[in-house]
Design a protein around this ligand. Structure first.
Ligand SMILES: Nc1ccn([C@@H]2O[C@H](COP(=O)(O)O)[C@@H](O)[C@H]2O)c(=O)n1
Ligand SMILES: O=P(O)(O)OC[C@H](O)CO
Length: 324
């Protein structure tokens, strides 16, 4: 891991704080396999990646917390093992000497209902939603979005949200298999069942948090399992209503970085308003002996993400013209 070890850096400053990050561990006690498109997936090895990540984060000694960008378990995990597998993963995360913040992903929801999943992940939620915020230092606010708020997965089959999401998928995606993007053109390829969107109440809550952060002169890092910007992601992995979310973010100047998982190859872009979008490379796709985890050093004018092996290092400088 490229390291500044939390000490004075090249531009002479100490980070305000640092934190560990990882995404798409997608562990299951099953033999190696492949994605639909043929990319190898190492279901058992991904647990070893997590173990090595926790060891590194603890060795560093200065990380204030760790954030898991979602999909702690894989959809192929035998369903009679789901509960114990999620517990095993949470227990491993809890070997970290500090708080751990989890996001939910589609694979989590293939395994467990929200009522079981959220308490295990220690996500304090209202009515089963998995969005929340926290402020590790007065200068920064993290917003965790629930990208499966509007979704055809994770809610009971007869739930109004499921029915509404299925209606949208029928309108947008003519394929029988609603995970199949064949025939969908351009950004419409995001209308797949393994994606989802942010609902009205969550949007209102998000707007309120951005207003409050602006008042407090806090910089905001938005985290969502589903990517929010086409420049950093495959079209097939995007949040259904990413434009609505980005329009809201762009009304304010406080959001500096958006972080996601889901699109396993990873990605990075800066949008037209200078907001950085970083999609993290998946732990699941690390061949044995390799890794994909990292940590971020956070300053008042940049975030440096230091990746290990398959997770790329990214220095994200904030646009000095964008004042708080
Ligand atoms: N191009 C694609 C990608 C996926 N699918 C469908 O999605 C399911 C999940 O895909 P994974 O990459 O997670 O394995 C897969 O079973 C397909 O139904 C697709 O049709 N076309
Ligand atoms: O996380 P999965 O297995 O549902 O795969 C999602 C795809 O990578 C999105 O393009």
């Amino acid at each position: 891991m490229g390291s500044e070890n939390g000490l004075a850096t090249a531009h002479g400053k100490r980070p305000l704080f640092s934190f560990g990050l990882i995404s798409d561990v997608q562990y299951a006690d099953i033999p190696d396999g492949r994605s639909f498109l043929g990319v190898p997936r190492y279901y058992r090895h991904s647990f070893l990646v997590l173990q090595r990540a926790v060891k590194e984060w603890n060795n560093h000694q200065r990380h204030k917390f760790v954030i898991n960008l979602g999909d702690i378990v894989d959809g192929y995990c035998p369903k009679d093992q789901s509960l114990n597998t999620v517990k095993k993963m949470v227990d491993e995360f809890e070997m970290f000497n500090g708080p751990v913040y989890h996001l939910i992903g589609n694979h989590c929801l293939y395994n467990l209902p929200r009522s079981k999943l959220l308490p295990l992940l220690k996500i304090k939620s209202l009515q089963g939603y998995a969005y929340y915020d926290f402020s590790p230092v007065p200068e920064y606010r993290f917003v965790v979005l629930d990208g499966y708020d509007n979704s055809a997965i994770g809610w009971p089959q007869d739930h109004p949200t499921t029915l509404e999401a299925l209606k949208l998928l029928r309108e947008k995606n003519p394929n029988v298999d609603k995970n199949n993007p064949t025939g969908l053109v351009g950004l419409e390829r995001r209308f797949l069942m393994f994606n989802g969107g942010i609902g009205k109440e969550q949007m209102e809550w998000f707007n309120g948090v951005l207003q409050d952060a602006t008042k407090l002169k806090q910089k905001v890092i938005v985290c969502c399992h589903l990517p929010l910007h086409p420049g950093a992601s495959s079209k097939e992995a995007l949040l259904w209503n990413y434009e609505e979310v980005m329009n809201l973010i762009h009304k304010y100047n406080c959001v500096k970085v958006c972080m996601s998982g889901h699109d396993h190859k990873g990605g990075y872009s800066i949008d037209s308003h200078g907001v950085h979008h970083r999609v993290l490379e998946a732990s699941l796709e690390c061949p044995p002996g390799t890794n994909a985890f990292g940590y971020a050093d956070v300053y008042d004018d940049k975030i440096s993400l230091y990746g290990t092996d398959r997770m790329r290092t990214t220095h994200m400088y904030f646009n000095p013209k964008v004042d708080l």
